[in-house]
Every structure is written in structure tokens, then in C-alpha cells.
Unconditional design. Structure first.
Length: 73
């Protein structure tokens, strides 16, 4: 069962959802089906040997040395 990340086109809510079979995903906030599927960082990292571009150094990677320490910039 894959986990997908979505952004709702109606209420702009961002969320993750486990999608089973041909199930149509629905926004948990407004129940809209106007969703944009996003590429999950978790899915990209699974079994991939290519580097993943994360944007500027922001401190969101959890490096204990602080923002910018991981070198993703």
C-alpha cells in the first residue's frame, strides 16, 4: 500500500494518504477530490542512488549541528 502526499486544490490542505487499489483519494479537510499528487521524499529515497534536491538549507533535515550544516544548499 503506497503512501502518497497530496495538496488539495480547493482548501490548499497538504496531507499524506494510504491509497488502496483503485480508491479515489479525498481531502480529509473539505472532502474535495481536486487533489494534486506530490512526489514524496520518502518514496524518492527508497532504493534510489540518485541525490534528492531539497532546496536551500533550512534546518528541516534534523541535522543536530543546525540549519545549513547538512550542506543541502
Amino acid at each position: 500500500m503506497p503512501i502518497f502526499e497530496y495538496v488539495c486544490g480547493r482548501c490548499v490542505s497538504a496531507f499524506e494518504l494510504i491509497v488502496q487499489g483503485d480508491q479515489e483519494p479525498v481531502c480529509p479537510e473539505c472532502e474535495s477530490t481536486e487533489l494534486e499528487k506530490k512526489l514524496s521524499g520518502f518514496a524518492v529515497g527508497a532504493g534510489s542512488t540518485a541525490p534528492v534536491a531539497m532546496g536551500s538549507a533550512c534546518g528541516s533535515c534534523g541535522d543536530p549541528r543546525g540549519p545549513g550544516a547538512c550542506g543541502l544548499d
